[in-house]
Design a protein. Structure first.
Length: 547
């Protein structure tokens, strides 16, 4: 294709050059003939001889004209009088005859250049008037340049022109060959049809796989987003060609995709999705990032954590229940019946008091159940969990599951931090300010260094060991996401007396109160306020003021 284009261009340029060259040679021949005619007419003896002699083959006019013709190489130099009669001609027998072409323009005092045919054939002619000393036109001089000589000059120029054209064609062919070789190396010797097929297959593959693919150039601009990547990142096709920071904003997801955070299977949170990212640099300085949706797996992991926590709570309850049964059996064997009755009465009373205190302060059944279960697990680890006196949460939570996630993550982290410390304890406060819910979780652990106050809410940051089902570092990140989704936020500070204090503000987390004629117990709760069908076990570390 390149050779065909170069050959065509060379032929076109050659033709475009030859076409005006013929006209240029004709013009040069006519101007040369005119110049010879002007020079001949300027000879004063010709005008004098024309008036004083007769036309003859041996006359002075013929001699002068022939001398000029031979000197200039013209085909003919014809001198004519005012009647158009020749006084000179290369053929002596034509002297004295009238010229074969119209001399009227020259005899009227005008100069003429033309290509015409006469007795000697086709020629380039120049005609000028011949004047005497007084300025009167007494005749004309006609000079002809043989047209064959013009054509010979044209034909003589063609070989040189073709040589240049051939050289240009050779250079173009060599350049085309070198470019073709380079393209073959760059395209791995694939034909255009193969490249087109590969592009079609690539588009089908990229948009068909269930894994997000993001391609970035060396400047960090998005080159490619397949359908799955658009879905996972919440972007549209218009993101292509724009910087990644502009379309995603600042955050861990942007840091992972741009390579500022390195590693394999990096976790990132985008909206409500948990993503697993891997980044592979390319030779041109860009990168290709693959994204997998781990949201479902993380949900399963959290359910596993919840199940494990429930098992721990049941194991703790079973352990405490066995201890109490052994104590009761001992009292009965010692026939200390009154003491046995007091012990049973105390245990039953603690059960009822604990449930009543929880449901009195936290009227949402999901949160109440969560706190009782977490208190049991914390007590098993030697940590006292209690509600502050100012805690009061009505049963009007808009998103109880989201609040359960927030409270559960913060209490789990506080339990891990407080375990093993002196006077290990956790304080939970749930209070309302209009429709806003303010959650505070304080622990007696080592606290959080000031330089880590911002980084602990980043995905992947954790001080715990990696669990079997996945990676850690999502709990506090999810707490922040849930808080920000409701227009609130989460902060960490140093607690009085040591430890850390996490504060979560959730605006509009409560529904508007509805007036009621009669008080109806909430679902799952008895009329006396206790949780129906479920009685938490009491633990000495979680009774009374520890709630």
């Amino acid at each position: 294709m390149q050779l065909a284009i170069i050959t065509g261009v060379t032929i076109l340029v050659t033709g475009l050059f030859l076409a005006p060259l013929s006209d240029q040679l004709d013009d040069q021949a006519m101007r040369r003939a005119l110049a010879i005619a002007q020079s001949t007419a300027a000879q004063p003896e010709i005008a004098r001889d024309l008036g004083s002699t007769d036309p003859s083959a041996r006359g002075p006019v013929q001699s002068t004209a022939e001398r000029i013709r031979r000197a200039t190489g013209a085909e003919y130099v014809v001198v004519m009088d005012g009647r158009g009669v020749r006084w000179s001609h290369p053929s002596a027998d034509r002297i004295g005859a009238v010229v074969s072409t119209d001399p009227g323009e020259a005899l009227r005092g005008r100069e003429v250049m033309e290509i015409d045919s006469g007795t000697l054939g086709r020629s380039a002619r120049g005609k000028v008037p011949l004047v005497d000393d007084s300025g009167e036109v007494i005749g004309a001089v006609s000079v002809g340049i043989e047209y064959d000589s013009v054509r010979a000059r044209l034909l003589g120029a063609i070989p040189g022109l073709l040589a240049y054209a051939g050289g240009a064609l050779a250079v173009g062919a060599l350049a085309a060959y070198l470019i073709s070789r380079r393209l073959q190396r760059q395209t791995h010797d694939l034909a255009f049809s193969d490249i087109s097929a590969l592009l079609t297959e690539r588009e089908a593959m990229l948009h068909g796989i269930r894994e997000g693919v993001v391609a970035l150039d060396a400047a960090g601009r998005v080159r490619l987003l397949n359908d799955e990547a658009q879905r996972l990142l919440g972007l549209g096709p218009e993101a292509a060609g724009r910087p990644l920071e502009e379309v995603l904003g600042e955050g861990r997801t942007t840091d992972v995709l741009t390579g500022r955070v390195v590693g394999d299977d990096l976790l990132a949170v985008r909206g409500s999705r948990v993503l697993l990212a891997n980044r592979m640099p390319t030779d041109d300085g860009g990168a290709v990032v693959t994204l997998r949706d781990r949201t479902e797996l993380e949900h399963l992991g959290r359910e596993l954590d919840s199940t494990t926590g429930l098992i721990d709570a049941l194991r703790a309850q079973d352990h405490e229940h066995a201890n109490r049964l052994h104590t009761l059996l001992g009292l009965l064997e010692l026939e200390m019946h009154e003491d046995a009755m007091e012990f049973v009465t105390e245990v039953v009373g603690v059960h009822r008091a604990t449930a009543e205190q929880v449901t009195e302060k936290v009227q949402d059944p999901l949160l109440a159940a969560l706190l009782v279960g977490k208190a049991t697990v914390a007590a098993e680890r030697g940590v006292a969990l209690r509600l502050t006196p100012g805690t009061l949460l009505p049963d009007r939570v808009v998103d109880p599951r989201g609040l359960v996630t927030v409270v559960g993550n913060l209490v789990d982290n506080a339990t891990d931090a407080a375990a093993g410390s002196d006077g290990a304890r956790i304080e939970v406060e749930l209070r309302t300010e209009g429709r806003t819910v303010v959650l505070g979780v304080r622990d007696s652990g080592p606290g959080v260094p000031p330089e880590r106050h911002a980084s602990i809410f980043t995905e992947g940051w954790s001080t715990k060991d990696v669990p079997a089902h996945g990676k850690r570092g999502l709990g506090l990140a999810l707490v922040r996401r849930l808080a920000e989704r409701q227009g609130g936020g989460v902060t960490v500070s140093d607690a009085d007396g040591g430890g850390a204090l996490f504060t979560v503000v959730l605006p509009d987390a409560l529904a508007d109160a509805e007036p009621r004629d009669t008080v109806t117990p909430a679902p799952g709760r008895r009329a006396d306020g206790s949780l129906g069908g479920w009685q938490p076990s009491a633990h000495p570390a979680t009774t009374g003021e520890q709630w």
